[in-house]
Design a protein around this ligand. Structure first.
Ligand code: ADP
Ligand code: ASP
Ligand code: MG
Length: 437
């Protein structure tokens, strides 16, 4: 029999009614053996995610403010789910332990992880599956990075003995048992790691949209769905802000070619999107597959006559970033110019020091800082074989009266990046989307 690993996002498990949908999905196919839940998400646009509330509890404790009110809200949500599902399960006991741990100064990662932990306990009870605490199978190094090998071994040895299990997403532990979380949205990574460790036939990722759409549905009304997309295209899109799947969730499954199917918990009959290897797509690609983008970048633009013939210029420049522990997004260059595109979250508080160091070490003719830049990626494996894609993007932006501040095309010819003003971000995405549809 095939094995399917299923991950359910926060909105899919936001209340008892959603839990029922999830159970219906799981029991409708015996192959769905390992389930990765997120913490309860928003039930409506004004609601809060449990993970955010848990971070808030931790912040309250750290600053000495009472967190009773926030915690009671969390408690009400979990108790409500258990009650509405008519479960004979004492979730209050577990909530009390969490509260006590928070009072005693538990870490922020521990606080956040309890959202998935508690939801996992409830879901395992509801499904009659075994509960596997992620701290036993997701193993982190002391520096907070994942120990993939140890994780793989731990998952393999644990799951080989269990036919059906719930493994909470988002966290694991280091060798001393300290809880560590992935970055936000990280339950997608847990699901991918579980799928890879047992060589699953399919990794299903259930969310609140019917698959990957050509653009963010919060910007474009009813964007076209994508029925098949390659791992590489998806990686480009998720990295550039298509938040439907965590950008790091691709790697474990891509390595061994496990397909990912993005599905809608609220419309399980919809096919969703299949993410597969290039060779698994036989249909001719359309020019572009999708558009995604992110706001808040800064460009540091450096000019120096004959820069390209100065030995070691780029090495000196990049080592300054390394010394400041900054990674950059892009580095478009000309004969006498080079630009560093850096996200504001990386650059914050370090801008002056980086610029001073560049002036001192690289001795440029000019150095300019352009803040408030948004980056839009237009991605498609069909692009390389089609003429005029870039022209179409630039014309669309120009017709929308949007000034392009930066252009970059990856050597794979699968991605055209443009930098525009933050304020033009949504307008820019719409202009490009409309040009291709
Ligand atoms: P979950 O809680 O299930 O993990 P997320 O909120 O992380 O769900 O991801 C799903 C959301 O991603 C959608 O509700 C949608 O608003 C957003 N999104 C952004 N870009 C896209 C896209 N290109 N296609 C589909 N959804 C997208
Ligand atoms: N609950 C975590 C978050 O909100 C992880 C996840 O949903 O994947 O980021
Ligand atoms: Mg998510």
């Amino acid at each position: 029999m095939s094995t399917i690993v299923t991950k359910f996002g926060g909105s899919s498990l936001a209340d008892a009614n959603q839990f029922k949908k999830v159970k219906d999905i799981i029991v409708s196919n015996e192959e769905r053996k390992y389930v990765i839940p997120s913490a309860p998400g928003k039930r409506n646009s004004k609601d809060s995610k449990i993970t955010d509330l848990l971070y808030l509890c931790h912040a309250h404790v750290s600053t000495g403010i009472s967190f009773d009110e926030v915690f009671n809200h969390i408690k009400d949500r979990y108790c409500g789910i258990v009650k509405d599902l008519n479960l004979d399960f004492n979730i209050s006991k577990h909530l009390d332990i969490v509260k006590n741990d928070l009072e005693e100064g538990a870490s922020s990662d521990y606080a956040a992880s309890r959202g998935e932990y508690l939801n996992g306990l409830i879901l395992a009870n509801y499904l009659g599956f075994e509960f596997v605490d992620a701290k036993e199978v997701m193993i982190f190094n002391d520096d907070g990075s994942l120990d993939s090998e140890a994780t793989n071994l731990a998952l393999n040895s644990k799951l080989s003995k269990i036919s059906k299990a719930v493994i909470p997403g988002f966290y694991g532990a280091d060798k001393d048992g300290n809880i560590i979380t992935f970055s936000r949205g990280g339950s997608d990574i847990t699901g991918a790691l579980v799928a890879a460790s047992i060589n699953a036939d399919l990794y299903e990722n259930w969310t609140d949209v019917s698959g990957f759409l050509m653009a963010d549905p919060r910007i474009i009304k009813n964007p076209k769905p994508i029925s098949k997309i390659t791992y590489t295209e998806l990686r480009e899109l998720s990295y550039m802000g298509a938040s439907v799947l965590h950008e790091d969730a691709i790697f474990p499954v891509r390595e061994i070619g496990i397909p990912i199917n993005i599905k809608n918990t609220n419309k399980p009959e919809d096919e969703g999107t299949f993410i597969v290897k290039d060779t698994d797509i036989s249909t001719k690609p359309t020019t572009i597959t999708g558009i995604a983008g992110k706001k808040d970048f800064t460009v540091i633009s450096i000019t120096k006559a004959s820069m390209n013939s100065e030995l070691g210029f780029c090495r000196k420049l990049l080592s300054i970033l390394e010394q400041h522990n900054i990674s950059f997004e892009n580095m478009p260059s000309g004969i006498d110019t080079v630009c560093l595109v850096i996200s504001d979250s990386q650059l914050k508080h370090k801008k002056e020091s980086v610029v001073d160091e560049i002036k001192r070490t690289c001795n440029p003719d000019t150095i300019e800082i352009h803040p408030n830049l948004a980056m839009i990626a237009t991605v498609g494996r069909g692009m390389a074989k089609q003429r005029g894609t870039a022209a179409k993007i630039f014309t669309a932006l120009s017709n929308a009266e949007i000034n392009i501040r930066m252009i970059d095309q990856g050597s794979s010819e699968m991605n055209i990046l443009v930098g525009i003003e933050n304020d033009n971000f949504e307008k820019g995405i719409s202009a490009i989307y409309n040009a291709f549809n």
